[in-house]
Write a protein that binds this ligand. Structure first.
Ligand code: XMP
Length: 519
């Protein structure tokens, strides 16, 4: 069992980030709701607790409290924002209600040398309403800021700390190191949550679950299904059979890469199904985006069902569910989101088709999934693939989806991404530590024809829109400021090399008000 840090979630939007930051130091952490039954937490034998931020005020009726077992555990505690206030309240200090929130960047000055904070002033991100008024017994002030006399506090003998700011967000550059100091130095947790350890453990868990029975997997070329499949293959070898449904909606060369990687490179028993004509027939004449999505989802289920029967339906099915999909949350909106996603994942199969699910990525964040994928020797461009929508190019081929238009789009998209990649502007692995290049970049084929001239001839052809965005979380995004010379070269190449396209435009809207995809 790994040394574990338990993060109790008081409902902040950034609680998951705390768990990710801790894991970046290769210390295992779990995020659990603050009111989870104590046995769940105690079974993990935590080496320390982190109490997250949250939207409440400690004196409100029904406000989340620090559970007694946390204070009785005799291990270090770090309270962040609301977590700091709840800790103060629980230990007999007082918190002042405030009607105004402090929100945004601030500078914090350490007051005395201590195990968590740097020696000199540092920048942080503040987001809090209430603030500490009197410290609990045994605590001292560790740092102050202009607006927060108690920016950080600590009881060094017990290893209890509280910070008013958010160490988990990028806007607190020292935050990651602060969390490392807390979990590794204050709590003494081992940094043993490495990709190799994750693989060994997953292999043992999968073997114990599956025994000598057969397992079915559907690979799509996406990161999660690829890594999950490779892990299960590592665990059970030829007991695994994988199905790849080529729906004709992947990007250039992707279907070939999926087959090559799994079959030739990893030696997985992979059954490719060429369902291109099926999908094209089902999509013929359909232009409405939601209808496209529905048709693609249903068609996939029916083909998958047929393949599962053909393969004498193995009892187990691999699912690429990752930690953010299953983590229980105190925030009602996220609990709801989880329900929808789960339903979406397992829904659609006929009732007589029941699988036991093998979910080897259930405890992993996306970064960890990628690190495991690399350790399993999956190709870099598969492991670091930019997000790609499930319905594939169908939602980037505006208007009717047919083979000719898809090929046109595929070519234009390949040229765009190739040029970005050559210019070092297609963000993949190098993204850590800041934005460089676009987080998502693709071409969109518009259902618009316009007039052009090529030599002496007048043309009347389709237009391609290029979309490249910078973003951290895909919830908001800005358009990438690509160099004009690069855009000129890409437009030139697309118009010259892709038949049927005589115009290229660049999308300069941010999200919101636009979305990243066009459909
Ligand atoms: P939007 O367009 O809403 O996209 O700004 C945000 C992110 O979600 C991806 N996306 C999808 N992914 N199925 C998916 O699996 C979909 O139907 C879908 N629509 C959008 C999009 O590529 C972007 O990364």
């Amino acid at each position: 069992m790994h040394d574990t840090i338990v993060i109790l979630d008081f409902g902040s939007q950034t609680s998951q980030l705390i768990a990710r930051r801790v894991r970046e130091h290769q210390v295992y952490s779990e995020l659990l709701p603050w009111n989870v039954v104590s046995e769940r937490v105690q079974a993990l034998r935590p080496k320390g607790f982190i109490l997250s931020g949250g939207p409440n005020s400690v004196y409100e009726p029904g406000a989340p409290r620090v559970p007694a077992y946390v204070l009785e555990a005799g291990v270090p505690i770090l309270g962040i924002c609301y977590g700091m206030q709840a800790l103060t309240h629980a230990l007999g200090g007082s918190v002042a209600a405030s009607t105004e929130r402090e929100y945004g960047p601030a500078t914090v000055n350490p007051l005395i040398s201590n195990p968590l904070l740097p020696e000199s002033e540092f920048s942080v991100w503040m987001s809090h309403g209430d603030r500490i008024e009197t410290l609990p017994d045994g605590f001292i002030r560790l740092a102050e800021s202009d607006n927060s006399p108690f920016a950080a506090m600590g009881d060094l003998s017990r290893g209890y700390f509280g910070v008013q700011f958010h160490p988990e967000v990028h806007h607190t550059p020292f935050g990651s190191e602060m969390l490392r100091r807390f979990v590794v130095e204050a709590c003494g947790a081992q940094s043993d949550w490495t990709p190799e350890a994750i693989i060994d453990e997953s292999v043992a868990r999968i073997q114990a679950q599956v025994g000598n029975q057969r397992v079915l997997s559907a690979v799509s070329g996406g990161v999660d299904s690829s890594v999950a499949t490779a892990l299960v293959h590592r665990a059970v070898g030829d007991q695994l059979v994988a199905v790849f449904v080529d729906n004709g909606l992947l990007r250039k060369n992707e279907p070939e890469q999926v087959v090559e990687t799994f079959r030739e490179h990893l030696g997985v028993q992979l059954f490719p199904v060429n369902a291109v004509e099926d999908f094209m027939a089902a999509l013929a004449g359909v232009t409405e985006p939601e209808q496209k999505r529905k048709i693609i989802g249903e068609k996939f289920i029916r083909i998958f069902e047929e393949q599962a029967r053909r393969l004498e339906q193995p009892p187990f099915l691999v699912q690429g569910t990752i930690y953010p999909d299953v983590v229980e949350s105190s925030a009602p909106d996220r609990a709801q989101a989880h329900k929808i996603k789960t339903h979406h994942n397992v829904g659609g199969l006929p009732e007589d088709m029941v699988f036991d699910l093998v979910e080897p990525l259930r405890y992993l964040f996306k970064d960890e999934v990628r690190a495991v994928g690399e350790a399993l020797d999956l190709p870099t461009n598969m492991v670091w693939r930019q997000p790609f929508p499930g319905p594939g190019l169908a939602v980037r081929c505006l208007g009717e989806v047919n083979w000719d238009r898809l090929e046109r789009l595929r070519e234009a998209d390949a040229i765009f991404r190739e040029e970005l990649s050559l210019a070092g502007l297609l963000r993949m692995k190098q993204s850590k530590g800041g934005i460089s290049g676009s987080a998502q970049a693709f071409a969109v084929l518009l259902p618009v024809r316009s007039v052009g001239v090529m030599g002496d001839l007048r043309t009347y052809q389709e237009a391609v829109a290029l979309r490249a965005v910078t973003t951290e979380d895909f919830m908001t995004a800005d358009w990438a400021r690509l160099p004009h010379e690069l855009l000129a070269r890409i437009a030139n190449r697309i118009v010259n090399e892709v038949s049927g396209v005589n115009r290229v435009v660049y999308d300069i809207t941010s999200k919101p008000p636009s979305t990243i995809e066009w459909e």
